[in-house]
Design a protein around this ligand. Structure first.
Ligand code: ATP
Ligand code: MG
Length: 597
């Protein structure tokens, strides 16, 4: 399959979820809910005041990996809606699965959400929750379902259960255990909880309809036996709720009004509603119940967002760790220098919809450029240094040239740049024999050293191999920028430079896209039926280049994570891991213009 390119227009895109929330608010749908001040059952909430939050949303990551750009879309959507409508957004760790979760992931998720500028501390509330703290309620609710005849313990083998589930075209078959009495089911579930059975011996299932056209309603499993230690509850439990059972309950306990998830959960919505209805009928959950709303997940060209593929990239060392600046993880984005505000602009522009789409990476980069152009101060860096010697400038003399910190913000002032007889310029700014249209330095041509003087190129020095090692010129003393004589000589070329004696030689990592094709691993036009592609074959071999550049002296004091526009080159950030005080190392975040078109 090749990826369709969806170049979304750069205006805020429609957001059907926002419209839905607005309609609910206008109808007063949630206005009568109470809030206990913490998650709870119907009784707990009834004892509290009216909920001060007009809506409640949540971001519910499973702490089993690092967050990626797709999660950012969900985070910004959920926290954004809460902010916009006087609501609250909860950060909830969906940690009901005992085997896969780790504190390291919890910490990194907390950091990433904060870094994006989102807060679960709103209106005097701190809404940070762990689903595993609801295990008592979940077990109690399971017991209620048993007592009401809505759940039963099944003792079929896993194979038999699978065989009896039916297919998309054939109905399933009732389990021989489906007619167990309430008393028998209660006793068995109690023994499951007590640890009397090994993993897989029995399972608790909702009793719905084995002939339902929706396979998810064919008596889905709700509790399983798993003798495992949980990172939060330790060995307290040997039965754990299934995700599809736990998630709606978590939402309801937390008074979530709009439970937003990605499209693959659409088929689960009938069970979500069925379950919450049964529990509300039993008086266990407050009404109105949360509503599940699905939107299409973010897919981006030139990256992979599947957890499995990201793990493979890290474990097989195709990248240098989860925070490798080339990875579309949020820890990687932070190291790369991408701006949280750029994520927000991007999310606004792509909007939310139910259509699967593949967003062009350029749209992401353009949002970043737009934000950083506004926010980042300018500095000068020479990435491919070539010596320029000004023969008529006195050796040992140093003067200051003033460079504006931000052309769009004169209030940010100017900084002095030392100017002297020997400078570094870009190698590409000199051509001994100029090609057509070349306007910078070649013998006999005049050009301006930006913020400094007009110089006239007189020639160059070469080594024995014929390689140019220095360019020679003379300067015109009356032409300094900012002086009355500046415009007396008209030139067409303008180049940047740093004083060789004052420059800071820094390591710079030039990052580029990790993959060289829009849809890594996908079949391309013209591929025969026999062609199988591996996404690793599409890795861009030039995704990282390390160089030593000459930077203007002010950059030597850049603090970790400080980002600048290096004139003509793009946006660069002082790496937060490898920089040392007085010795920053820089990462290229993005070039000034897209070079991939
Ligand atoms: P998995 O379930 O395979 O472990 P996941 O990416 O769904 O991976 P979760 O921790 O369950 O990870 O995701 C948390 C939230 O982020 C969910 O609500 C999910 O819908 C949302 N989310 C995940 N990937 C994307 C994506 N590509 N675009 C938008 N939202 C996403
Ligand atoms: Mg998930």
């Amino acid at each position: 399959m090749t990826a369709p390119h969806d170049k979304t227009p750069p205006a805020p895109a429609a957001n059907f979820i926002k419209n839905l929330v607005e309609a609910d608010l206008a109808a007063g749908k949630h206005a009568q809910r109470h809030w206990a001040g913490h998650p709870g059952t119907a009784a707990d909430h009834a004892a509290g005041p009216l909920d001060p939050a007009r809506i409640r949303t949540r971001f519910p990551p499973e702490p089993n990996g690092y967050l990626h750009f797709g999660h950012a879309k969900s985070i910004l959507l959920n926290f954004g809606l809460a902010e916009q409508f006087g609501g609250r957004c909860h950060l909830r760790f969906d940690d009901t699965n005992p085997e896969k979760e780790e504190q390291e992931y919890v910490d990194s998720i907390v950091d990433a959400v904060k870094w994006l500028g989102c807060s679960w501390e709103q209106g005097g509330e701190t809404n940070l929750y762990y689903a595993s703290n609801y295990f008592d309620w979940m077990a109690q609710f399971a017991e209620y379902l048993i007592s009401a005849g809505h759940a039963y313990v099944d003792s079929q083998s896993a194979d038999a259960m699978r065989a009896n589930r039916g297919t998309l075209t054939e109905p399933g078959k009732d389990s021989p255990y489906r007619q167990r009495s309430v008393a028998e089911n209660s006793a068995l579930f109690a023994r499951m909880r007590a640890g009397e059975f090994p993993d897989g011996a029995h399972i608790l299932r909702a009793k719905i309809d084995m002939a339902s056209p929706n396979i998810n309603l064919r008596d889905p499993a709700i509790y399983r036996i798993r003798h495992a230690t949980h990172h939060n509850t330790g060995d307290q439990w040997c039965v754990y709720p299934m995700y599809t059972f736990a998630h709606p309950i978590e939402d309801a306990l937390e008074n979530i009004t709009h439970s937003i998830c990605t499209l693959e959960f659409e088929d689960q919505r009938p069970f979500y509603d069925w379950l919450l209805e049964r529990l509300a009928e039993g008086g266990l959950l407050q009404r109105p119940l949360p509503q599940q709303i699905e939107f299409s997940r973010l897919n981006l060209t030139y990256v992979v967002l599947s957890k499995r593929k990201l793990i493979q990239l890290v474990e097989e060392k195709h990248v240098e760790g989860w925070d490798d600046p080339r990875l579309p993880t949020l820890v990687g984005a932070r190291r790369r220098g991408y701006a949280p505000a750029g994520f927000r602009l991007f999310a606004e522009r792509i909007g939310v919809s139910k259509n699967d789409s593949n967003i062009d990476y350029v749209l992401f980069e353009d949002a970043m450029r737009e934000v950083m152009n506004e926010s980042d101060q300018r500095r000068v860096a020479v990435l491919d240094p070539l010596k320029l010697i000004i023969d008529n400038y006195p050796a040992g003399q140093v003067e200051e040239c003033l460079a504006p910190n931000h052309p769009l913000h004169p209030e940010l002032g100017q900084r002095p740049m030392p100017f002297s007889r020997e400078l570094w310029i870009e190698g590409e700014d000199f051509q001994e024999v100029p090609e057509k249209g070349f306007r910078r330095l070649f013998p006999g041509n005049k050009a301006r050293l930006k913020y400094g003087y007009v110089v006239e190129c007189t020639g160059c020095d070469k080594d024995e191999t014929g390689k140019v090692v220095a360019v020679r010129c003379t300067y015109l003393p009356d032409t300094k920028s900012g002086t009355p004589g500046a415009d007396s000589v008209k030139v067409k070329g303008n180049l940047h430079w740093v004083s060789a004696a004052h420059a800071y030689p820094a390591q710079i990592r030039l990052y580029d896209r990790l993959f060289s094709v829009p849809a890594p691993g996908a079949r391309r036009e013209g591929d025969g039926p026999e062609v199988e592609r591996n996404f690793l074959d599409d890795l861009n071999p030039a995704s990282k280049t390390v160089i030593t550049a000459q930077l203007e002296p002010a950059l030597q004091n850049a603090g970790a994570e400080e980002r600048f526009q290096f004139e003509r080159h793009g946006y660069f950030v002082a790496d937060r891991v490898d920089s040392r005080p007085g010795a920053p190392v820089f990462n290229r975040t993005v070039t000034l213009k897209d070079a991939w078109k």
